[in-house]
Design a protein around this ligand. Structure first.
Ligand code: C2E
Ligand code: CA
Ligand code: CA
Length: 827
């Protein structure tokens, strides 16, 4: 048989006992009816069930107790005989079971076990000592004592074994082990119960049953006195225990703990506290908490202590700094609670719980510092500055005198210096700038670095514009001093935008935004400028925003056109080519000049698709003329290229694609880029220029003379033409400075073997001078304004018929007009 353990015996066993108990009980009841029980039986039954089974007497040492009801069952046995004892025992057991279990079977079992054990106890005792009810009369009570022992012992063994067996079946453990574990000590309670019953029995024998009943109130008083006594003993033991535990916890606590007198003396301190502040226990006990608290933190501490004393409740936490014996500071988090003594009126002693939070504080401080500072220069950062601005705005709102200025400062040429001299140099320059800024502002002004080469300054208490300007100029002067690092001397200037609080701001971000806008304005004026923001600038900024969103749609809507401006040979007076110039026909605003939208297109990146479109459009136009007039038409098409396009890795691919699609000779395409585009990123630029040259495309440096004029680089770059900026050409008079510049550029170009085009030619005098200087080509309103494709087609047609573009030029140059249309436009 598969061993299912002993659990399978549980049910049969329990049922057997229940049945046996049932039989014994039924028989006992039958006999009692026959005997006709009297009042003592009912009294005893009631007392047992209702009173005795609720009352227990505890033995402290053994964690065991006698139920008074056991005494009553033995008493019933002695007074009234077996049947009464069986019935009372079963009733009591059933009643007690109801209070501890909900299972009817368990209740029945408990009652039955009690009935059985009482029956067996009574039977054995009677067999040994005769009818027990007669034992009261014995003179020496020896038989009673023996009977008592037998009664207690038998009842104990039988009852505990019956119950232990059931338990052992249920838990599947050996009976003996179960019995030993739970019931050994119970023997005392049975013997004691039996003895108590015997004494009571003897007493009743002497004074009579009813006299005994009359004594019960006295017994009750004694019992309750006893209960109180037990409670007190328990309470005092518990208090002693808890005090012991408290002292242990106090001494061994990992945090500092101290008992402090109402006037602040240390009464008791633990080891952790001594370690925390470096004093020995003896040294500390001679001190006062004030002696080790940092003076600045004393008021806070004193206030907290009086608060605790007043409210008599624990204050959760107060942070103070202690002075360690070695002199350094220790940040402590202190919890203070009152220790109310027996005299509740007196000021309470205090318990300090002291945690060392020095490391945490340090980490917090570091975090706060990092969150508000820039790691490179050590200056505060944007978040911090915005906070300061917020405070300044709040102050200005309440007090018109608290006006202030915000400077937005951006270094000119920083990118070039950073790229050409290396990032370490760039970093040094930024650190140096931060130092100079600090040295040049007024005390109390606040400086921050927003990132990159952008710095901000908050100047408070400034209302006079002149005063603001004076301060700004001092800063600009200081920043532009030469800066030497590793033997290199360089210098940079700063463009500064200024926003004044007087315009009435709500948010710090708005101030920064406007100072930034003003800074851009300053940049557009050239280097080292400053501009104060005004409302018009704001409108302009709004316009710009509108322009930007219009621009994004303009390509798809076909709002762009290309115009062509002729480039004329000053040797022959003939047409050499065109410069393609984009035009925007805005649906509401009409024609918008490139000067207005090209920069926006560049900033937003729209220039890349736009530039590609212009390239494709102008190449297609050239192809159309070739198809219409002559496949070998000696005409070049110049197209402007923005820096964004130039830095776009796909530029080469785009050009190849356009050239292939339009089937023009790449040598007839010329790209115009400004000097600064090349110089700002010389490495990438020369690589791109070489690749463009390799596919045959010509290259012009546009607006020559206005940029860096880095002549040393010029001859190393694969360029074909210089275009002299129109500012020099238009203001060129006999022997003046501009004339000299033009002359020098022409000479330079000749020396480098480059072609040269003068832009912005407006008068016949300018043509004459340029021809005199042997400048190859001219472009300007004098010859023609930029014209649309149809008009340009007429010009090409004229050229093919060898008609002069301009009679005056023709006369000026004289006789050259019949020169064949050779490719005089330099490649
Ligand atoms: P830019 O490349 O220097 O173009 C020459 C500018 O000078 C043109 O202005 C032209 O109309 C103007 N101009 C020509 N002759 C004279 C003259 O005799 N007197 C005066 N005062 N001006 C003259 P525009 O068309 O307004 O273009 C301005 C700038 O916009 C161009 O300067 C160029 O940098 C840019 N741009 C124009 N079209 C494009 C384009 O398709 N792509 C790119 N990236 N930039 C373009
Ligand atoms: Ca140009
Ligand atoms: Ca130009």
């Amino acid at each position: 048989m598969e061993p299912r353990g002993r659990k399978q015996f549980y049910d049969p066993y329990v049922w057997t006992i229940v049945m046996a108990g049932g039989l014994v009980l039924v028989d006992a009841v039958r006999l009692l009816c026959v005997q006709q029980v009297g009042a003592p039986f009912w009294l005893l039954l009631l007392a047992t069930v209702l009173i005795a089974s609720h009352i227990t007497v505890k033995f402290f040492r053994f964690d065991s107790h006698i139920s008074i009801s056991d005494i009553f069952i033995f008493l019933a046995l002695l007074l009234l005989g077996r049947e009464a004892a069986v019935v009372i025992g079963a009733a009591e057991s059933l009643y007690s079971s109801v209070r501890i279990t909900k299972k009817p079977l368990t209740m029945a079992f408990n009652a039955a076990a009690m009935a059985c054990s009482t029956f067996i106890t009574a039977s054995i005792s009677t067999a040994l000592f005769g009818p027990l009810t007669q034992l009261a009369g014995d003179e020496y009570s020896a038989r009673l004592i023996a009977a008592t022992c037998v009664m207690g012992t038998v009842q104990y063994f039988v009852n505990s074994l019956l119950v232990a067996t059931a338990a052992s079946f249920w838990t599947d453990k050996p009976v003996l082990a179960t019995w030993r574990k739970h019931y050994v000590w119970a023997s005392i309670t049975y013997l004691a119960g039996a003895s108590a019953a015997a004494i009571t029995f003897k007493l009743i024998g002497m004074i009579g049953f009813y006299a005994f009943i009359a004594m019960m109130p006295i017994v009750a008083i004694i019992y309750f006195t006893y209960l109180t006594y037990v409670k007190n003993i328990q309470a005092s033991t518990a208090q002693a225990e808890s005090e012991k535990r408290f002292h242990q916890a106090f001494d061994q606590a990992p945090i500092g703990m101290a008992l402090v007198s109402p006037d602040g003396r240390w009464l008791q301190v633990n080891h952790s506290l001594c370690t925390l502040i470096g004093y020995t226990e003896r040294e500390l006990l001679q001190k006062n908490y004030r002696a080790i608290t940092l003076p600045e933190d004393l008021p806070k501490m004193t206030a907290t202590i009086s608060e605790v004393a007043r409210t008599q409740t624990a204050i959760s936490q107060v942070e103070v700094r202690y002075l360690h014996k070695l002199g350094h500071q220790v940040c402590a988090l202190i919890g203070i609670s009152p220790l109310v003594g027996p005299d509740e009126e007196a000021a309470p002693q205090l318990i300090f719980q002291i945690q060392d939070i020095t490391d945490r504080k340090r980490a917090e401080a570091q975090l706060i510092h990092d969150a508000y500072h820039d790691a490179l220069t050590g200056l505060p950062n944007r978040s911090w500055f915005i906070e300061q601005l917020g405070q300044a705005l709040g102050a200005a709102r309440n007090n018109p005198q608290a006006g202030f200025a915000v400077l937005f400062l951006d270094l000119d040429r920083f990118k070039i210096i950073n790229d050409s001299m290396g990032h370490l140099f760039g970093d040094q320059l930024l650190i140096n700038t931060a130092e100079r800024l600090q040295a040049s502002v007024r005390p109390g002004d606040k400086i921050a670095r927003l990132g990159g080469d952008e710095f901000t300054v908050l100047m408070s208490g400034l209302t006079e514009r002149a005063e603001v300007i004076r301060n700004v100029e001092r800063i600009q002067q200081e920043v532009s001093q030469p800066f030497v690092l590793n033997g290199f001397e360089t210098f940079t200037t700063a463009s500064i935008g200024i926003a004044l609080s007087e315009l009435g701001y709500d948010k710090p971000e708005e101030l920064l935004r406007d100072a930034d806008t003003a800074m851009y304005q300053a940049k557009s004026l050239g280097k080292a400028q400053h501009v104060i923001f005004d409302k018009r600038m704001h409108l302009r900024a709004l316009n710009l925003l509108q322009l930007e969103s219009d621009l994004r749609r303009a390509i798809d809507r076909g709002e762009f056109r290309v115009q062509y401006q002729p480039i004329i040979s000053l040797k022959s007076g003939t047409l050499s080519g065109f410069e393609a110039l984009v035009r925007w026909h805005h649906p509401e605003r009409g024609m918008i000049s490139p000067d207005e939208f090209i920069s926006v297109a560049e900033e937003t990146g729209i220039i890349v698709p736009l530039g590609k479109w212009v390239l494709a459009e102008s190449c297609a136009q050239l192809r159309e003329w070739e198809a219409r007039f002559d496949a070998d038409l000696p005409l070049l098409m110049s197209v402007n290229l923005s820096s964004k396009q130039f830095m776009d890795a796909s530029l080469l691919e785009q050009i190849l694609q356009i050239v292939t699609e339009t089937r023009i000779d790449p040598r007839k395409l010329k790209l115009e880029i400004t000097e600064s585009v090349v110089m700002e990123n010389i490495e990438v630029a020369s690589q791109m220029l070489n690749q463009l040259r390799d596919i045959g495309v010509g290259l012009s440096i546009d607006d020559f003379g206005t940029g860096y004029s880095s002549l040393s680089y010029l001859h190393r770059l694969p360029i074909n033409t210089l275009k002299i900026d129109r500012s020099f050409v238009s203001r060129m008079n006999e022997q003046n400075e501009n004339y000299e510049i033009v002359r020098t550029i022409v000479l330079l170009a000749q020396n480098l073997g480059l072609g040269i085009i003068a832009e912005g030619v407006e008068t016949i005098e300018q043509v004459a001078r340029l021809a005199e200087l042997k400048c190859d080509h001219g472009q300007g309103f004098f010859f023609s304004k930029p014209v649309d494709a149809d008009e340009a087609t007429l010009l090409v047609e004229k050229m093919t018929r060898a008609e002069p573009i301009n009679i005056e030029v023709d006369e000026l140059i004289g006789g050259h007009l019949d020169v064949a249309l050779v490719n005089t436009y330099p490649m």
